[in-house]
Design a protein around this ligand. Structure first.
Ligand SMILES: CCCCCCC/C=C/C(=O)SCCNC(=O)CCNC(=O)[C@H](O)C(C)(C)COP(=O)(O)OP(=O)(O)OC[C@H]1O[C@@H](n2cnc3c(N)ncnc32)[C@H](O)[C@@H]1OP(=O)(O)O
Length: 923
């Protein structure tokens, strides 16, 4: 009976997993998926839970089915266009309203996941939304209820926000900020001024083009001439209707960046800009009508930390954003490594590159880090939710203050750890995928470049690490005075055993002994205590030598305080992950792989501190180092067959991952991607370059892929162009083989001229796996003609089957029929060759002509088919459907919706400059 129940439970589970997590398409990755020691679906359910998976699916499918979110293949989207599109998308996200207040309160992890889902799709969009509805709105919500109407305007997108702290000459050093806000008693206003160019607000996300309001950080001056320190103010910088700068504000875009170019980063200078007294965000302090400064926080330092408190939230999110980049890069590189075969034990046999020890060692520790950091970032976010609830309910007890300090210390180190790990991983993954990794279409370059600012914004990584080491060193007084202590989250509680831990030694006596994360965890505890002692001693010594606090601190960073902060955060991440993976409630089938990941993350991270372990006497002799290295390699080997399933758990759907080599099937369809890119960039940017696509077809099935690629690409770009297709099939015989070449000529109308587009020569290799390469094929001149043929002309001779159709791209049904005819033609031809191998070489003109005639007849017959049937057959129904009818509707919709909101604008399909322009008569 019990076993029947268990069986039923197992079946129910399986059904629910299958419903939420569909199987992946068959392909070369199947062999690894079969070898996995666990079910990826069970793992995904365990890590996320049904509710979150459903929620993520809803977001992913909404983006995939919305034409506004269609990808623009290649990297040729101009910056202005990309920024404009990002803004339209951001606005559209509010229309989706993925998360209501109730859902958010019930499960705050939903907002966390929503942000990450958007980031997986595009970081510019994600950061734009975060800056507007989080970084800008957070301090406003925390300040006072008097801003409720502003918050409403934020969520209606009636205003658009940014967060202006950084200045041209002051980024990390917030105390050095020089913008001023002087209170004017006579008008009950603050006057905002930028003293000089160097104090201009700089690099502020959303400020470049779109923001109408900013949370502005400035030194507050009371009428008595006293500077009361850094405070934040709500300032309008642009007119909400015209987007023209407000009087006294000079604002603009800072130009192209290394990454995230869909985001408009800007600068601003203020000259006697007056804002009402109520616009001070009174988190740290306020000013009375008489101009007296008042604050419930008496201590200046505490006031400073209250003013900057909102940055902790940002750093926690950046920890998670970086971890997401780590996950994306790993998903791509592991899938590629499992499908890509290169070299082998014999000349005839090539093996997947994942089988090589070096490849495992390069990638799998990062995979383990992705799992550990993923868990950590979620748990830290949950800690923050607890803290933020206290902020909103105005709790002022000791625990709340201690929790704030601890979260600040953790996030100031977890941001550096996660962003650096992701940065290094993205580069390693890029290289591990060779030339394919270098191609923009595979997204590793974008992941690396878009991750890059995570190391800098919300505080430079190295500067922030000092906050963590300061926090740790601050506990030395309690240790020295033997005063009992603990922190709300318990992360510093190991220091209670400081003296005892300093006496620990490395005790493992074999490699097998090291295969559990308890071994690196013990070493980390020792390392944290050791580095704390060394940093403290060094600091004391420097001070005793007569150096100022400032100089002493400066001399204690490298090899001391900096290493301490890094070791502490790695130990904390590992501790949490170790506890999680060793919890008895983990499903038995998942325990071994999760424990392996935990051990690998711990040992690999620890291996970077080997010198320190020896230097401090924790390890001695040859064995500890050897054991750790061999255990890392053994764990990589043990995880190798699980790697694809582990990557599957992390990877979003193909549309979101948007990487040809990262596809779930392991079939990169590079041909399609290249055509899309070549086609789209030519159409989009260089319309007057003449050219032809030559595509060599070895299997009839391939034409389906091409049709899909062309349709999808056309779907993105046909809105502005009427495109003509001309297709010629050239059956080319050599002594070794018969090859079918398809020449696809694309024309479009530019100023009523017909221009031939794009020259790209593609060769598909037989297996279509990862091996598409651009090759030199000299096009035969007799085939190249720039003449447009009359519509729907068919021409035959013994080798060529040529169809030209002169149709606006929007009318899909026209050219679908023609493609179908070509397909029939090729099928018949292929059948012919299969049944009669001599047919090709004998140049049996009569037979070929019969085939061609039949294909011609098919074209006529096919005209009566409904276009929707064609689309469904080709699997592009939804894409096609939303283009049928009013082709411009999606853009019109998006833009006109904005028009209904704050921004009156001229909708322009020309993308030069900001399309948000002033309506005639409004100025
Ligand atoms: C959701 C995010 C998405 C991505 C967002 C992307 C957009 C990016 C926007 C930006 O980048 S905006 C601006 C970025 N700039 C910064 O982040 C500034 C970095 N600098 C600082 O935060 C501070 O200047 C500092 C380096 C942390 C402090 O340096 P300073 O030496 O001047 O002060 P201390 O003496 O160290 O600190 C005094 C006191 O205050 C405590 N404290 C500081 N920050 C916080 C905080 N966030 N929370 C709580 N407490 C804080 C600090 O620990 C000290 O306390 P004690 O040690 O004295 O107890």
């Amino acid at each position: 009976m019990a076993s029947t129940l268990n069986q039923k439970e197992a079946t129910d589970n399986q059904n629910s997993w299958d419903r939420l997590l569909p199987d992946f398409p068959k392909g070369p990755l199947c062999r690894y998926r079969k070898k996995a020691s666990f079910s990826w679906k069970e793992m995904a359910m365990f890590l996320n839970g049904e509710d979150i998976i459903q929620f993520k699916n809803r977001i992913f499918s909404s983006l995939e089915n919305d034409p506004l979110f269609a990808h623009h293949p290649g990297e040729d989207l101009r910056r202005e266009k990309y920024q404009e599109l990002t803004f339209l998308r951001c606005k559209r996200l509010f229309e989706y309203d993925f998360l209501n207040q109730q859902e958010l309160l019930e499960n705050p992890l939903k907002i966390f996941n929503m942000i990450l889902c958007l980031g997986m799709y595009d970081w510019s969009l994600c950061i734009q939304l975060l800056l507007h509805s989080g970084v800008f709105t957070g301090p406003i919500i925390s300040a006072s209820r008097r801003f409720a109407h502003i918050v409403k305007q934020v969520y209606n997108m009636e205003i658009f926000g940014c967060f202006a702290l950084t200045e041209l000459s002051h980024g990390s050093n917030t105390k050095g900020i020089r913008t001023t806000a002087t209170f004017d008693r006579s008008t009950q206003e603050f006057i905002i001024n930028t003293p000089d160019f160097e104090a201009a607000k700089f690099l502020v996300g959303n400020m470049g083009k779109h923001a109408t309001h900013t949370v502005l950080y400035a030194q507050l001056y009371t009428p008595d001439g006293q500077c009361q320190g850094l405070h934040s103010f709500l300032v309008q910088i642009r007119d909400t209707k015209t987007l023209l700068p407000m009087p006294g504000v000079m604002v603009g875009d800072v130009g192209k960046k290394v990454g995230q170019n869909g985001l408009d980063n800007g600068f601003a200078m203020f000259h006697n800009v007056r804002i009402p007294k109520e616009n001070i965000l009174n988190i740290a302090g306020d000013v009375t009508a008489e101009g007296k400064y008042s604050s419930s926080v008496k201590d200046v330092k505490e006031r400073f930390s209250a003013a900057l408190g909102s940055l902790s939230n940002g750093r926690i999110m950046i920890t998670a954003l970086s971890t997401t980049n780590l996950k994306l890069a790993l998903a791509i590189a592991i899938r590629f490594s499992a499908a890509r075969c290169q070299f082998g034990p014999t000349e005839d046999e090539e093996i997947p590159v994942l089988e090589y020890q070096t490849q495992q060692w390069r990638l799998l520790p990062y995979l383990a880090a992705a799992y550990a950091l993923d868990y950590f970032s979620k748990s830290l976010f949950e800690n923050f939710v607890e803290f933020y609830a206290g902020v909103l309910t105005k709790q002022r007890n000791q625990r709340q203050a201690d929790l704030g300090r601890e979260i600040h210390a953790l996030s100031a180190a977890s941001k550096p750890l996660a962003s650096w790990t992701a940065q290094q991983a993205a580069q390693e993954c890029r290289e591990a995928c060779g030339g394919h990794g270098y191609l923009a279409m595979n997204r590793l370059g974008d992941i690396r470049n878009d991750n890059d600012p995570n190391c800098t914004y919300e505080g430079d990584n190295n500067v922030l690490l000092q906050q963590t080491s300061n926090y740790l060193i601050s506990w030395m007084n309690c240790i020295r005075d033997k005063v009992p202590f603990e922190s709300p989250l318990g992360t510093i509680n190991i220091l209670q055993d400081y003296h005892h831990i300093l006496g620990w030694k490395f005790t493992a006596v074999s490699v097998e002994d090291c295969m559990d994360s308890s071994v690196p965890l013990a070493a980390y505890k020792w390392l944290v205590c050791y580095l704390l002692r060394e940093s403290y001693l060094k600091l004391s010594k420097e001070k005793q030598a007569g150096l100022s606090d400032f100089e002493a601190k400066n001399n204690c960073q490298v090899y001391y305080c900096r290493s301490l902060a890094i070791a502490f955060i790695e130990q904390t991440v590992l501790q949490r992950y170790h506890d999680y993976t060793h919890d008895p409630t983990v499903p038995p089938a998942l325990q071994p792989v999760l424990k392996n990941l935990s051990a690998l993350y711990g040992l690999w991270s620890l291996s970077k501190h080997l010198a320190m372990l020896y230097q401090g006497g924790y390890a001695s002799g040859e064995q500890p180092g050897r054991f750790i290295q061999n255990a890392i390699l053994e764990l990589c080997y043990r995880l190798k067959d699980d790697a694809v399933a582990l990557a599957d758990v992390l990877a979003p759907p193909d549309f979101i991952l948007n990487s040809a080599i990262g596809k779930a099937s392991g079939e990169p369809d590079l041909c399609i991607e290249m055509i899309k890119i070549s086609f789209s960039s030519e159409v989009n940017n260089k319309p007057e370059v003449p050219g032809v696509f030559y595509i060599r077809l070895l299997r009839v099935a391939e034409i389906d892929l091409l049709i899909r690629a062309i349709l999808q690409t056309g779907a993105c770009y046909s809105l502005q162009y009427s495109i003509q297709f001309r297709v010629e099939i050239d059956i080319k015989e050599t002594t070794e083989s018969t090859a079918v070449w398809m020449r696809l000529s694309l024309y479009h109308h530019v100023a009523s001229k017909e221009v031939m587009l794009s020259l790209a020569v593609l060769t598909l290799r037989e297996d279509l796996k990862a091996s598409t390469a651009l090759t030199q094929h000299s096009p035969r001149q007799e085939l190249v003609t720039k003449q447009i043929h009359p519509p729907q002309e068919c021409r035959f001779n013994s080798r060529f089957f040529s169809l030209t159709f002169n149709t606006p791209c929007r009318q899909w049904q026209c050219y679908l029929q023609h493609f179908e005819a070509i397909k029939c033609y090729l099928s018949l031809h292929e059948n012919l060759l299969n049944t009669n191998p001599d047919a090709g070489s004998k140049k049996d003109i009569e037979v070929l002509e019969n085939v061609q005639r039949r294909a011609m007849e098919l074209v006529k017959e096919l005209k009566h088919e409904s276009c929707e049937e064609w689309l469904r057959e080709l699997g592009v129904f939804s894409l096609g459907k939303r283009r049928l009818g009013d082709d411009h509707s999606y853009l019109k919709g998006a833009c006109s919706n904005i028009g209904l909101g704050i921004f009156s604008q001229i909708i322009s399909y020309k993308t030069r400059g900001n399309s948000l322009k002033i309506m005639p008569g409004e100025v």
